[in-house]
Design a protein. Structure first.
Ligand SMILES: [Fe+2]
Length: 336
């Protein structure tokens, strides 16, 4: 594109002779129209024009046609502007008067550079796509292993059927209510799914015992939170997720297990799981007692807020509990 007929003619002739197909334009709008109608690899544009300038064309091309290379054409007296156009995305510039042989060499060089850049970008996009799909595959495999572990526990302990899933739903609901990030929520989701996995190591007759546990049996149940962390350590590398599993039976006021932590020393995810776990346990039938209605279970959470549970977490649970009626909890065991 050039407003001078002679320049257009000279460049057109030289480039056609060198084997290129060319379209000429005398002003920016004409060039933009041509760009809409046909595909181009390269735009050669004069800088100084009576109305819209070559800079306008350069901006339009770099913004809308990233695969088209732009070379500026300028008078020797204005190379400073030409150099500036390089910063704006132009590939190169030609100075008038032309040495036509040099013009053809420059055009060839720019087109080579441009096709290399396009190839590079396609390769990078392809690589990103490949990494993304491999990451998804890895995640699927990982979640498959996690679900297999959860299923193994459910096969052994009739009570936990659906329990981990419900605890996860409730814990995620609370996580959202307290404004956790998606990454943090993902950790809570994972820990919720496997929080009781250590019960695999607790004898079945203890897990399914109808009636109160003896002290010795209770001690056997209590090892499940530490054991869970041990079992998961080879599968889950995230120390936070492991700590949520380990500490989900700590009490906010102290005196829980396995480490007797209290208050904010208990990891946030473990405090969340403690509320979700207790709520689901109360609204589910146990071998030794029937379920409580949801309202009664809520009252229990409130009356143990501060002693057993983090009061902020109980508050967040109460505020977001309406969601449970929109998204009912699956498979709550019922007597009879
Ligand atoms: Fe547990």
């Amino acid at each position: 594109m050039d407003d001078e007929q002679t320049v257009r003619d000279v460049l057109n002739r030289a480039l056609v002779e060198a084997g290129y197909e060319c379209v000429v334009a005398s002003m920016v709008d004409e060039a933009l129209l041509a760009l809409q109608q046909e595909q181009f690899n390269l735009v050669l544009s004069d800088i100084l024009m009576p109305e819209k300038t070559g800079i306008d064309l350069l901006e339009a091309v770099t913004g809308n046609y990233p695969d088209i290379a732009v070379m500026m054409v300028t008078a020797v007296s204005d190379t400073e502007t030409a150099v500036n156009t390089l910063k704006m995305g132009a590939y190169d510039y030609l100075t008038k008067p032309f040495n036509l042989e040099e013009v053809c060499i420059s055009v060839r060089r720019v087109l080579d550079k441009q096709s290399l850049e396009i190839a590079n970008r396609e390769y990078r996009d392809h690589l990103e796509q490949k990494v993304k799909s491999q990451t998804e595959k890895l995640r699927d495999t990982f979640m498959g292993a996690i679900m297999a572990l959860a299923d193994a526990l459910e096969a052994k302990d009739a009570y936990t059927h659906g329990h981990s899933e419900r605890v996860t739903i409730i814990a995620v609901m609370i996580s959202e209510a307290i404004g956790m990030t998606e990454e943090e929520i993902e950790k809570v989701r994972l820990a919720g799914t496997v929080h009781d996995i250590g019960k695999i190591g607790v004898p079945e007759r203890v897990l399914n015992k109808p009636g109160r546990l003896t002290d010795e049996e209770f001690a056997q149940v209590k090892i499940h939170s530490e054991l869970g962390e041990d079992i998961l350590r080879n599968l889950v590398r995230d120390p936070e997720v492991l700590s949520y599993v380990r500490h989900h039976h700590e009490r906010f006021g102290g005196g829980g297990y396995p480490d007797g932590l209290s208050a904010l020393a208990i990891p946030i995810g473990a405090r969340l799981l403690a509320v979700a776990d207790a709520f689901d346990a109360m609204i589910s039938d146990r071998p030794y007692r029937d379920s409580l209605p949801q309202e009664k279970a809520c009252q229990q959470l409130i009356s143990n807020s501060g002693s057993q549970f983090d009061p902020d977490i109980v508050d967040a649970f109460m505020c977001s509990r309406d969601k449970l009626s929109i998204c009912p909890l699956p498979n709550i065991p019922r007597a009879g």
